[in-house]
Design a binder for this molecule. Structure first.
Ligand code: DGL
Length: 281
């Protein structure tokens, strides 16, 4: 009689945390996640085919957010991190209504960091036109501390400069100076980098804001929020695992991906391409 050798079941690959952004800016959040949660695998999608989101309507951003989440679900994501302020402000409420897995954005974590940092009670927020127009930061900060006054400024030229890799450049410096002028006159002591691209300009922005202004971004606080959510939902990877990072883009790899990799000390490796038009299931 022939002996059938019992096949060992192949262990299922760990489910990743799904992260998306309009482009490469969300990698600032990925860097914080990798540092805090090295056991977690991450699948990141940058919508390089349709960046920037910052001037688009709510309906468009909601649709894009649904499509990218569809791609992340196809990668078996166990939780979705919307690593884009614009999509967090305009797309997250609908995602929370429609998806069965937890979704976290970057606005509340950024607001928490700002309220913690301010001494004068005057906080500045810079972001895309869509984020600023949504007043999402005002609402989030007010919910935490109604005494804090919020001053905002849309900075639509910064994302293209960052995607172009002009991180240290006199042109970028003069644009930053012009955008910050009014905010700094209003006496803010804390400035929220309300766009996940902006931490890549942190040095230039700090130079203009001066040493008395604390810059805060959502990355670190978002990573902490994800850690809490994973624990609450019992979704955390076993501590001994070594998480891997996979990056997909919706258009060919932008040269700036390599700059971001270097600036953030991330090991991105090969990128994949993903088409978005058939993503909604
Ligand atoms: N990274 C996106 C954000 O945080 C903005 C870039 C864009 O305009 O697409 O809002």
């Amino acid at each position: 009689m022939k002996q059938t050798s019992a096949r060992k079941p192949t262990p299922a690959a760990p489910q990743p945390i799904g992260v998306f952004d309009s482009g490469i800016g969300g990698l600032t959040v990925v860097a914080a996640l990798r540092k805090l949660l090295p056991a977690e695998s991450i699948f990141y999608i940058g919508d390089t085919a349709r960046v920037p989101y910052g001037g688009k309507s709510q309906a468009t951003i909601e649709r894009y957010s649904q499509e990218l989440s569809g791609l992340l679900l196809a990668e078996r994501a166990k939780l979705i991190v919307v690593a884009c302020n614009t999509a967090s402000a305009l797309g997250v409420p609908r995602l929370r209504e429609t998806l069965r897995i937890p979704v976290t954005g970057v606005i509340e974590p950024g607001a928490q960091a700002a309220v913690k940092a301010t001494r004068s009670g005057k906080v500045g927020v810079i972001g895309t036109r869509a984020t600023i127009a949504s007043r999402a930061y005002e609402r989030a900060i007010e919910a935490l501390d109604a005494k804090v006054k919020v001053f905002t400024e849309p900075c639509p030229l910064l994302v293209p400069l960052i995607e172009e890799g002009w991180l240290e450049d006199p042109v970028t410096d003069s644009i930053i100076a012009r955008y910050l002028e009014k905010l700094l006159r209003s006496g803010v002591d804390t400035l929220v980098l309300g766009c996940t691209h902006y931490p890549l300009l942190r040095a230039a922005i700090q130079r203009h804001a001066g040493p008395d202004v604390t810059l805060v971004d959502s990355a670190q606080n978002t990573a902490l929020a994800v850690q809490k959510l994973l624990r609450q939902q019992k979704l955390a990877a076993p501590r001994a695992s070594v998480g891997k990072l996979q990056v997909a883009l919706t258009d060919q790899s932008s040269a700036f991906l390599r700059v971001a990799e270097q600036a953030l000390g991330l090991q991105v490796g090969d990128t994949k391409l993903r088409a978005v038009q058939h993503a909604v299931g």
